[in-house]
Design a protein around this ligand. Structure first.
Ligand code: HEM
Length: 149
């Protein structure tokens, strides 16, 4: 018998479901990833950040990101990495850079997919971006009032 959560159903968040729609598969997700990173690499702010970190062959990064998005969208489970440490080491990235990243992602996801599909990609990207930003930038001493102990 499996162990049951002690949380009552109404407070347990619903698990995200795989997005099952025609045309949403590893091929179209891989094409989106490639188009997105070709834009990121040309962006005047994000391009140099990625160029410093990914030197030489981009293919392994593009395959890893395709695995990541297949896991996020199709729930395929193929991505086994850890995004937080990969971003914590990027010392020159700011919160504003995430807005640039998300704007490029929104624009790229809108091209191959219908709006009701691209909105799912964008919502999941925003949620993950929010948790990466928390990991990278949240400091208790920045949010607490100056005179509190
Ligand atoms: C300004 C925003 C961002 C910047 C500058 C950035 C930059 C990078 C860089 C340079 C890497 C490669 C690190 C390495 O290979 O050592 C990376 C990896 C990665 N990024 Fe981002 N990223 C950003 C936002 C995001 C967002 C919003 C997501 C998800 C929606 C994301 C998902 C990932 C994933 C899954 C990896 C691979 C981590 C691993 O398993 O090694 N990134 N990012």
């Amino acid at each position: 018998m499996t162990s049951k959560s002690v949380l009552p159903d109404r407070v347990r968040p619903a698990a995200e479901q795989p997005l099952i729609r025609p045309g949403v598969d590893r091929t179209s997700i891989g094409a989106l990833v490639r188009k997105f990173y070709s834009r990121v690499r040309k962006d005047k702010r994000l391009g140099p950040i990625f160029a410093r970190e990914i030197v030489g062959d981009w293919e392994p990064h593009l395959e890893k990101m395709t695995d990541f998005w297949c896991s996020v969208i199709l729930k395929s489970g193929v991505y086994q990495g850890r995004p937080v440490p990969a971003h914590l080491k990027l010392k020159d990235v700011t919160e504003a850079d995430f807005e640039i990243w998300l704007a490029l992602f929104r624009e790229t996801a809108a091209e191959p997919f219908a709006p009701e599909t691209s909105v799912v990609f964008v919502e999941r990207a925003q949620r993950i971006a929010a948790s990466l930003k928390l990991a990278m930038f949240f400091r208790l001493d920045r949010t607490a009032p100056a005179d509190s102990q």
